[in-house]
Design a protein around this ligand. Structure first.
Ligand code: SF4
Length: 329
């Protein structure tokens, strides 16, 4: 059970629609419903993995929580404070506690700034520390992510992908935040480097009592990192639960497709392949009823007409599917 004390972030009916313009007057013709009514709670000190195919809205949720992009509707509450109606000053204060590490360390670091300036920038914006104090903090923070003092005076292009992501992590933790959105933080890295960055993130989580929203399409990474998992499809959460429950009893037909795609490191083990039918529908014109019905092998008439809601099926396990009772055995 989630008590208010162990809730760090609460997301209520969150929506983010992007206008699609066309014609010579660039009139809005339709809206891409990237996030379409999401309710979610993120508990203190947990890693909540948000998974789904590219384009399902998971990155938009991360950015909307941090108010890097304004929500169309709904609210985000961080430590009891509603960000949606916070003033600019309040938002600035709250942002100190919420940071992000982007997917691509090759584009997320300013190419013409020294590492000391990149990592020290949040301190310059949010504190009154002197330049010497900032330099000391930068040195200390770089060491905590496995880099050295001499790295402060180099440019991003002088580092490998893994080292660049360490710099991005140093920038994210220098203000000692409580919450970090990790947006596919290892997907642009070599496999051997990925493991080291994941280990670093786990160590920092323990040391600094961090809470992560870990956005990824890779369930093998989820298995290694997550406490709980939220599965997203076309702007909606379709399954939510503890990692062990999601992995041992994936119930939503879409989660079962994702789970079946995890590679098994055993050449003699033949895993049942489950492939969804057809293409991902247009998020500007999602199917009526259950959004997955055009690709689902379990679909019945009701699925085309009635949208399923997230139902509690056991413990902390929730699924949005009309036929979960038949699938969950
Ligand atoms: Fe498939 Fe129907 Fe469940 Fe949607 S509600 S996932 S279409 S069975």
């Amino acid at each position: 059970m989630v008590t208010n004390n162990n809730v760090l972030i609460e997301i209520n009916s969150l929506k983010k629609y992007f206008p699609v313009r066309s014609g010579i007057f660039l009139r809005v013709k339709k809206y891409v419903r990237a996030v379409d009514g999401v309710d979610l709670v993120i508990k203190r000190n947990e890693t909540l993995a948000l998974v789904g195919e590219s384009g399902c809205g998971k990155t938009t949720i991360g950015r909307t929580i941090l108010h890097l992009t304004e929500p169309t509707d709904g609210e985000v509450v961080f430590e009891g404070k509603n960000l949606t109606n916070a003033s600019k000053e309040e938002l600035m204060q709250l942002r100190k506690g919420m940071q992000i590490v982007f997917q691509n360390p090759y584009t997320s670091l300013h190419p013409r700034k020294l590492v000391k300036d990149i990592v020290g920038e949040p301190l310059k914006i949010h504190t009154n520390l002197s330049s010497v104090e900032i330099l000391n903090k930068v040195k200390e923070t770089l060491e905590s992510v496995g880099l050295r003092e001499e790295h402060m005076y180099r440019y991003p292009h002088e580092f490998s992908g893994g080292q660049r992501q360490r710099i991005a992590v140093a920038r994210a933790i220098i203000l000692k935040p409580k919450f970090i959105v990790l947006d596919e933080p290892t997907s642009a890295l070599d496999v051997s480097v990925q493991a080291r960055i994941l280990n670093l993130l786990n160590e920092l989580k323990e040391e600094l009592s961090l809470t992560y929203l870990f956005i990824t399409h890779d369930l093998a990474v989820v298995d290694y990192m997550a406490d709980r998992v939220a599965v997203m499809y076309l702007g909606k959460i379709v399954e939510l639960g503890k990692k062990d429950d999601i992995f041992s009893k994936p119930t939503h037909p879409y989660t079962r497709v994702l789970e079946a795609a995890i590679p098994i490191p055993d050449p003699f083990f033949k895993k049942e392949k489950i492939l969804p039918k057809g293409e991902v529908p247009d998020p500007a014109n999602p199917p009526k009823g259950c959004r997955f019905h055009t690709r689902c092998d379990y679909s019945i008439d009701k699925c085309e007409k009635v949208e399923p809601v997230l139902e509690n099926i056991e413990g902390e396990h929730y699924v949005a599917c009309h036929r979960w009772r038949e699938i969950y055995k």
